[in-house]
Design a binder for this molecule. Structure first.
Ligand code: HSE
Length: 323
C-alpha cells in the first residue's frame, strides 16, 4: 500500500508578547501521522496511539482529519484517505499537540497526493484543525510546526506568515507540569479589550524581540520577553507561576513565561547548559508543590515537519523536508 508518514514537531506559542502571532518549533517531541489512499470517499481516522483514548476518532472532530478535509476540498480531491496518528508528546500541555497532528497530517497528504505545496502553503489548512480543537483557527503553533524555527503571523485576514531569523545561540527550556489546561477555556480568559498603554508596551516588546532575533542581540530578546495581554490573565491557573518564572531568571534565563495557553512554561537562554539549569530550577518549583513535570531543552528547531522514511524513532529520521 502506498503511504506517506510525516513527523511534525511540538511548538511553543506566543513567546511572551506575541499572543497568537509568534511561535517556535521544539525538538524531538511531536506527532507522527501516516496517510494512505482508501477505496472509500471520505477521510477516516484509522487509529490513534499514545493518547490514552482521549482524542476523537470522529473525522469531523479530530484536528488532523479536519485539516486534511480542508486541504482536499481546496485541491478538489474526492477519494478516500486513511490516517494513523501517533502522539509522541503530551496532550493539553501548551506545546501545540493539536497543531502537531494537523501539521503532520496535511504534510503527509501533501506528499501522498504529490500536491507539492510548500510548508507555508499548508499552514491555512492545518489551521482549520486548530479551529475544531480550540474554537479558534490560530496559526502560531501550526506554522512553526510545519515550517520550523520561529514564525510570525503578521496578519490573519489575509493570512501572512513570516519565518524569522533565529540566532545560533538561542536555546529554549520547557517545563511541562503534570496538569492539564483546555486551550478553548484558556482563550476565554484573555481580555478582549486592553488599555492603549498596554498595547503600546506590547508592540514595543514584540518589535524589540524581533529586532533581537535579526541582530543576534540577546539583550534585546530578553527585553522583549514580557506579556501585557494573555499571561497576566492566565498566570493564576499555574500553581507557583511567579516562582517558576523567577527560578528561570535566577538560573540565567533571558526571560520566561507561559508556553501557549499553558500549563507548560518556557524560558530562553544563551547556552545549552543554562537552558538545562533553567529547566531543572523551574521543575523544582513544581516539585516543591508536589507537581511532577517533564523537562525539555535545546536549540530552537529550524527543521519543521519532515518525511519519515525509515526507523520509527524520530531522532533517527533524516530526509524529505518540506519545501
Ligand atoms: N496563541 C494560542 C493561545 C496558543 O495562547 O491561546 C495556544 O497553544
Amino acid at each position: 500500500m502506498v503511504s506517506s508518514t510525516f513527523f511534525a514537531p511540538a511548538t511553543s506559542a506566543n513567546l511572551a508578547a506575541g499572543f497568537d502571532i509568534l511561535g517556535m518549533a521544539l525538538s524531538k517531541i511531536g506527532d507522527k501521522v501516516t496517510a494512505y489512499k482508501t477505496n472509500k470517499s471520505n477521510i477516516e481516522i484509522i487509529s490513534i496511539k499514545g493518547d490514552q483514548g482521549q482524542l476523537p476518532l470522529d473525522p469531523t472532530q479530530n484536528t488532523a482529519s479536519v485539516a486534511v478535509a480542508a486541504l482536499l476540498k481546496y485541491v478538489g480531491y474526492s477519494g478516500g484517505i486513511g490516517l494513523e496518528i501517533e502522539k509522541k508528546m503530551p496532550l493539553c500541555s501548551g506545546l501545540g499537540s493539536s497543531a502537531a497532528s494537523a501539521a503532520a497530517a496535511v504534510a503527509a497528504v501533501n506528499h501522498l497526493l504529490q500536491l507539492e505545496l510548500t510548508a507555508k502553503e499548508l499552514v491555512p489548512f492545518a489551521m482549520q484543525g486548530e479551529a475544531v480543537a480550540s474554537g479558534s483557527a490560530h496559526a502560531d503553533n501550526v506554522a512553526p510546526s510545519l515550517m520550523g524555527g520561529i514564525v510570525l503571523i503578521r496578519s490573519y485576514h489575509p493570512l501572512d506568515v513570516i519565518q524569522l531569523s533565529v540566532p545560533e545561540n538561542l536555546y529554549y527550556s520547557i517545563v511541562h507540569p503534570n496538569l492539564s489546561i483546555n486551550t478553548k477555556e484558556a482563550r476565554e480568559q484573555v481580555p478582549q479589550n486592553i488599555p492603549v498603554k498596554h498595547a503600546t508596551q506590547q508592540m514595543g516588546n514584540i518589535a524589540t524581540f524581533v529586532a533581537g532575533l535579526y541582530s543576534n542581540n540577546l539583550n534585546l530578546i530578553s527585553n522583549g520577553l514580557e506579556d501585557w495581554i494573555a499571561e497576566p490573565a492566565r498566570a493564576k491557573s499555574i500553581p507557583g507561576f511567579s516562582l517558576v518564572k523567577q527560578a528561570a531568571l535566577d538560573a540565567g534565563a533571558l526571560g520566561a513565561g507561559l508556553s501557549g495557553s499553558g500549563p507548560s512554561m518556557f524560558a530562553f537562554s544563551d547556552a545549552l547548559s543554562t537552558a538545562e539549569d533553567c529547566a531543572c530550577q523551574m521543575s523544582d518549583i513544581f516539585n516543591n508543590q508536589n507537581i511532577t513535570s517533564n523537562l525539555y531543552f535545546g536549540k530552537v528547531n529550524t527543521r519543521g515537519a519532515f518525511l519519515v522514511t525509515e526507523k520509527p524513532d524520530t531522532e533517527d529520521l533524516i530526509s524529505g523536508d518540506l519545501a
